[in-house]
Design a protein around this ligand. Structure first.
Ligand code: AMP
Ligand code: MG
Length: 407
């Protein structure tokens, strides 16, 4: 019996074959989901000037200090500052300027009185304002220039994914073009003479091809582009034809046809070009991986749908993210407590589709029927994968476990 590789050994071989894809410059609108290849530095201070955090009146603090309902301070309103105004009106003793949120605070003012703290509210436009409650201190309700970030500060780092918040941070910091990695191009290829397209009624001996749909969605979730999708008969010639057709991809992901049966087209076609391993995990023991001479990375995943999901999470997704230069290539891990008992295969690390309760901090199998790797429909119940170490054979209620969180 050939020795099993550990998950870490196989993963290390995969990641050793990955180098980040080329850098390109894209505008903000095209940057969603991309990975930064260089840090984003603020182009200017943010905020760019001291401005008001309230609708109200800009005042000299000394003029309103101690004012309350019994002893209001009455000021003459000498100007009006809507957001977007660049004016800097002067304010003499006993004077105020009406100001809206975001408008620049006049140089002569050192506090804002919100209109709620005046007798007439915003109606006191030009005339007088009666301040019935003084702000707590000089500087009240003023957002300071550079309080968020300063020109030249690092706003985002290389390796970060550009999600909605990161994109907005770049925009706020005055950066409209970003250096990112090219998105990986991926071919998703199902093998199996038993497969029929989704929607066709399978005859005896046939089963719907769910792996193509699963892998397409997982590839897109990993911020990569699926540029080829194919479902092949169990013939080595079909694999050779596919390899010629998918000349322009970075990664080819096969499902099925890698194990020890009589009809294993991926193995038959590629045995001399990539390596076929047994990995100490369940599901997902047979794994094929290698780089072709032209640089394309090839994954051969076992065909059972749960095996495909687990193999993708553990080996393919990290590789797709590493191709993008992503700093964090692993899913988040939560430490949760088992709320049910189950047994696991000896000597192999288990990745069990699991349901989780994050408020209780618990994890349990997603399906009552056990961990069968063929349970394609039950996979939809999975919210996470419970990771059970190879040396554990029974998980008992109350045991702590690492749990891989999936979206
Ligand atoms: P294999 O790894 O090719 O031996 O396939 C293992 C099991 O997974 C078999 O029961 C296959 O029918 C099933 N299977 C393989 N490919 C797919 C697919 N694309 N969609 C659904 N089930 C599949
Ligand atoms: Mg097969």
């Amino acid at each position: 019996m050939s020795a099993l590789l550990t998950v870490e050994e196989h993963r290390a071989r995969v990641l050793a074959a990955v180098s980040p894809l080329p850098v390109e410059t894209v505008r903000l609108a095209e940057a969603a989901g991309r990975t930064l290849a260089a840090p984003v530095l603020a182009a200017h201070d943010l905020p760019g000037f001291d401005n008001s955090s309230m609708d109200g009146f800009a005042v000299r603090f000394a003029d309103v200090e101690g004012a309350d309902a019994e002893n209001p301070a009455t000021l003459r309103v000498v100007a009006d500052l809507p957001a977007g105004s660049s004016a800097d009106p002067s304010i003499g003793a006993g004077e105020a300027v009406r100001i809206m949120t975001g408008a620049p605070v006049p140089t002569a003012a050192d506090a804002i009185v919100p209109f709620e703290d005046t007798a007439g509210g915003l109606a006191d436009s030009l005339g007088t304002v009666e301040v019935r409650r003084a702000p707590a201190a000089s500087g009240a309700f003023i957002r300071r220039r550079g309080g968020d970030t300063r020109a030249g500060d690092v706003v985002l780092s290389a390796g970060e994914r550009l999600g909605p918040y990161a994109l907005a941070a770049a925009a706020a910091a005055g950066v409209a073009e970003l250096e990112v990695r090219r998105r990986p191009r991926v071919a998703v290829v199902s093998t199996g003479s038993e497969l029929v397209a989704p929607g066709f009624v399978p005859g005896r001996g046939q089963t719907p091809d769910s792996n193509s749909t699963l892998l397409a969605a997982l590839v897109s979730d990993a911020d990569a582009d699926m540029t080829v999708m194919s479902s092949l008969q169990d013939e080595a010639s079909a694999i050779h034809a596919l390899l010629e057709h998918a000349a322009d991809v970075d990664v080819i992901v096969f499902s099925g046809g890698v194990s020890a049966g009589a009809y294993e087209p991926v193995r038959q076609a590629l045995e001399s070009r990539i390596s076929f391993e047994k990995v100490a995990m369940q599901p997902g023991k047979p794994q094929a991986f290698g780089a072709l001479d032209d640089g394309r990375l090839v994954f051969g995943l076992p065909g059972n749908p749960v095996s495909v999901a687990v193999s993708f999470e553990v080996f393919v997704r990290p590789a797709l993210l590493a191709l993008q230069g992503r700093g964090v290539i692993d899913r988040r891990i939560a430490r949760l407590t088992a709320s049910e008992t189950w047994t696991t295969p000896p000597g192999r690390r288990q990745y069990l589709p699991a349901a989780i309760d994050l408020s209780e901090g618990t994890v349990r199998p997603a399906t009552a029927g056990g961990s069968g790797s063929h349970l394609a429909a039950s996979l939809a119940r999975a919210e996470a994968f419970a990771i059970v170490p190879a040396e554990v054979s029974t998980v008992s209620v109350g045991d702590p476990l690492d749990v891989m969180l999936i979206p």
